[in-house]
Design a protein around this ligand. Structure first.
Ligand SMILES: [Zn+2]
Ligand SMILES: [Zn+2]
Length: 664
């Protein structure tokens, strides 16, 4: 029998070999090769981008190179503690909240803009290098060289620091995290590569010993597994390796069995295609992290776009198309804000490398005047018919997608999503009538209390909350999934979200504008249970509903609710959008709380309805549907039977058991 280690190495043979290193193409070879740049330059449709680039290089070539005296700080600090709003930089020591004018000064605020300055110098270097290659103007290369040598002087003296001002592993010199160091180092290496031919041997050696290898070392000594940050680090280290033709460094970036590019592609990209962290912001962030090394490796002759590695990588791009809401937006699940593949310039590169017409869709909304479009040559796009995506289950990430023309309902039941996950099993997003009617508020910058206090809490989501506490990280199960003419439905449970409690949701999309939910909770013992519903309705009118002023506990999520009222009855509320929220309690007594929670910021108030009970067993049937829709529901043994009627439309009979559902 073969030892395990041999099996592992068979699965991931090293791509970096002596033969590949011996056959590296001439510089430039990281961002683009000379041949690619020549071809890009000749394309008439690239003229606007080229003119813009040369104008920028002309300005930069006259700018004195004065690098910051120290490294920068964490951008997540740069928000008002009260409002979560991003601060405005009025001077190097004056950082102002745009909502209330509060002034922040000193550490860490003064240092955050310095990180942006470092990144600006890195982009300037890359742009000057590109402009030199495309125009042959030596003064652009001269300025690029000046930036590089200035960093070689400054970099050794920058203090190693992290976001809390300490010196533990994971910090950096230019930025407070190895992530920041890597994000900065990538365009630095690309820029050096573009002007390589103008640098002397001794300058290359100085840059190696005083800048590129020490920066790679800062990044390398912080070791992570499969993670978006490790992808940035691999790209930075891999680009430095390819800049100097260093085999050991390149092998580490690509073939390291714990954290190399190969493992990131094989294990970080789920079978459904989304990056495993489950947040679309990180999905696109990881795409940006992987792309520089994919391209540089491709130029170096590594077969990254072919075989199983290439298939995995392509899935990453296809997923963001297949899992979009109508119009292309992706749900703001986990630590993500609204995100979309539409117009994302990385699809330019993916489209030319894979030649798959599906990958062209996001480019149809792009003006295609980006660097990736320029380098890829902005080839003509195939005619893409706008087609309705099917209802389907993404089992690896745990989303059931119910779809109709112009409508999508998503039931989220899958894995937690690691450190960026939210405790939101059975959370639901519903889009119909041109807008999101049930939404996830997404996330905030991480430096403010609302991140943990609201956005990551269970209460902030359209799901169950037991005893006013967050669900535990859990993985639920899909119990049933069916589609028929004009409808789709899914039934899922919440796994071990609350120890000893069973939570189930049956979700139905009927026609293209009606969402019906049959929710069921079986608690271990009688106790407080809330069903939280966040309809994206107009908040002022929502709060006009009658009720007694209610104070809510100082607990995660609950402390962010405002204008709370309690009432003993709720049956239906119609919003000015024409959509109504209806609820039929099959459990009595049910009390209700009407309030607002937070949307994209503390100022963005979103209605919330809490249905509350203390019964051991609770069932509620509710719907978001056009005005006038009536909902009747009853139990028959363990079954729930629901009838849905909308004036002028067909009626629906729904049946839900503990393991199945059906529609007639
Ligand atoms: Zn403020
Ligand atoms: Zn969330």
């Amino acid at each position: 029998m073969m030892p395990l280690i041999a099996i592992t190495s068979l699965q991931t043979p090293p791509l970096v070999t002596d033969a590949k290193l011996a056959a590296l193409p001439a510089h430039p070879r990281l961002l683009a090769t000379k041949a690619e740049l020549e071809a890009a330059k000749r394309k008439p449709e690239n003229k606007a981008f080229l003119d813009g680039l040369l104008a920028r290089a002309e300005t930069l070539s006259k700018k004195p190179v004065v690098l910051p005296e120290r490294g920068g700080q964490w951008p997540h600090w740069y928000a008002c503690k009260t409002h979560g709003a991003r601060l405005k930089t009025e001077s190097p020591t004056r950082h102002v909240c745009p909502v209330d004018g509060q002034v922040y000064t000193g550490w860490p605020y003064d240092d955050v803009p310095l990180l942006a300055e470092h990144n600006d110098w890195a982009s300037a270097l890359r742009d000057l290098g590109l402009a030199y290659q495309l125009s042959g103007e030596r003064r652009y290369a001269q300025k690029a060289r000046e930036i590089l040598l200035a960093y070689a002087v400054k970099y050794p003296g920058y203090a190693y620091h992290d976001k809390d001002g300490k010196t533990g592993t994971g910090g950096g010199k230019v930025g407070p995290q190895t992530l920041d160091e890597a994000v900065w180092l990538i365009p630095m290496a690309q820029g050096a590569d573009l002007v390589w031919e103008t640098l002397s041997e001794s300058e290359r050696a100085t840059l190696k010993t005083d800048l590129f290898f020490p920066a790679a070392e800062v990044i390398r000594k912080h070791k992570m597994g499969v993670h978006n940050i490790q992808c940035w680090k691999n790209s930075a280290v891999g680009l430095v390796a390819l800049l100097y033709g260093d085999k050991a460094l390149l092998a580490e970036a690509i073939d390291d069995p714990e954290r190399g590019l190969q493992r990131q592609l094989r294990e970080g990209i789920t079978d459904d295609g989304p990056w495993y962290e489950g947040a679309w912001s990180y999905h696109f962030y990881t795409m940006s992290a992987l792309a520089p090394l994919m391209e540089a490796g491709y130029h170096a002759g590594l077969p990254l776009y072919s075989g199983t590695l290439g298939e995995r990588y392509k899935k990453l791009y296809l997923a963001a198309i297949r899992m979009a809401l109508p119009g292309g937006q992706l749900p703001a699940f986990n630590d993500s804000n609204a995100a979309t593949a539409m117009s994302n310039p990385l699809y330019e590169t993916a489209f030319v490398r894979f030649q798959d017409p599906q990958l062209a869709l996001p480019l149809t909304t792009s003006p295609r005047k980006t660097l990736p479009a320029f380098l890829a040559g902005a080839p003509p796009l195939p005619a893409t018919a706008s087609q309705t995506l099917p209802s389907e289950v993404f089992a690896a990430v745990g989303y059931a997608y119910l779809r109709a023309p112009g409508a999508t309902l998503i039931l989220k039941y899958g894995p937690h999503g690691g450190g960026h996950g939210h405790a939101d099993k059975l959370n639901t997003v519903f889009f119909a009538g041109g807008k999101t009617l049930l939404d996830d508020p997404g996330t905030s910058v991480y430096g403010i209390p609302a991140h943990l206090g609201w956005y990551k809490t269970t209460l902030a989501h359209n799901t169950f909350v037991q005893a006013e506490t967050n669900q535990a990280p859990a993985t639920g199960r899909l119990l049933d999934f069916k589609t028929g003419t004009g409808w789709a439905a899914a039934l899922a449970d919440a796994g071990a979200a609350y120890e000893g409690t069973t939570l189930q949701r049956a979700a139905f999309l009927l026609g293209s504008d009606t969402a019906v939910f049959v929710d069921h909770a079986e608690q271990k013992a009688p106790g407080l249970l809330d069903l939280a519903i966040h309809p994206s309705f107009e908040p002022k009118s929502w709060l006009m509903q009658p009720g007694d002023v209610q104070s809510l506990p100082d607990k995660p999520g609950y402390r962010y609710l405002q204008a709370a009222k309690q009432t003993s009855s709720f049956s239906s509320y119609t919003d000015s959008s024409g959509f109504a929220l209806s609820l039929v309690p099959l459990t009595t007594p049910t009390r209700y709380v009407i309030a607002t929670g937070m949307g994209k910021s503390s100022e963005d108030r979103v209605p919330i309805l809490l249905a509350r009970t203390v019964e051991k067993s609770a069932r509620w049937v509710w719907a978001i549907a056009p005005r006038g829709t009536t909902l009747t529901a009853r139990t028959r043994g363990e079954e729930v039977l629901v009838e849905v009627n909308t004036p002028g439309k067909r009626s629906w009979q729904l049946r839900v058991t503990a393991t199945t559902l059906d529609v007639k």
